[in-house]
Write a protein that binds this ligand. Structure first.
Ligand SMILES: [Ca+2]
Ligand SMILES: [Ca+2]
Ligand SMILES: [Ca+2]
Length: 201
């Protein structure tokens, strides 16, 4: 009986180890951007990894060293409401497969004037909205995201007063499906325990 328990414990440890190694093998950063390599500019649309969706409006690329550097120490970042009184939709050039992800990004208040900003985040059929008061600090937001369709990741500031919420440090990590190898090894261990139980009976 003790042996059987020991075998079961070993089996569980093996499963956990397998699952962990599978997860580390499969969990992958599929997108990451600090905006620090971009060129400073108003109504900017020369992003390496993003497009401002046509006919939706504009965004500004601001920050270090001294171009509307509202959040010193964060390099460069995006003012999600550009300078045409019409906030644009900032969408990744890449499209991401249906599935589960961890999405992290930093959002901060506009730090200038006026009312709060609404920001809507989308990935495929996932949507979530945030409200940023003007003096809200630049803060890390981490979301568990699941989309049933492939799609681009996008950020959109509501309104159009040229003073938008600030976006920086976007990272998207794919979450692996439950590992078929771990499931198979679990079946193997259950089979071993059952066989041992039969032998002892
Ligand atoms: Ca940055
Ligand atoms: Ca602006
Ligand atoms: Ca605004």
């Amino acid at each position: 009986m003790v042996k059987m328990i020991r075998l079961a414990v070993l089996g569980c440890a093996a499963i956990a180890g397998l699952a962990a190694s599978q997860n580390s093998a499969q969990a992958a950063v599929v997108f990451s951007d600090t905006f620090d390599g971009e060129t400073l500019g108003l109504n900017y649309n020369s992003f390496a990894n993003w497009d401002v969706v046509a006919n939706t409006g504009t965004v500004d690329l601001i920050g270090a060293p001294n171009f509307f550097n509202l959040y010193p120490g964060n390099g460069r970042y995006v003012d999600l409401d550009g300078s045409t009184n019409n906030a644009g939709v900032l969408a990744t050039k890449a499209s991401f497969a249906a599935g589960s992800y961890v999405l992290s990004f930093e959002l901060g208040g506009n730090r200038r004037i006026g009312s709060a900003d609404g920001v809507t985040v989308k990935l495929g059929d996932f949507t979530q909205s945030f409200t940023l008061n003007p003096l809200d600090p630049l803060s890390l937001i981490v979301l568990n995201v699941t989309t049933s369709i492939a799609g681009k990741l996008s950020f959109e500031n509501t309104g159009g007063d040229n003073v938008g919420a600030i976006l920086d440090d976007v990272t998207l990590t794919a979450v692996p499906e439950p590992s078929t190898l771990a499931l198979a090894s679990m079946g193997l261990v259950i089979g071993m325990v059952a066989r041992r139980r039969r032998n002892q009976a």
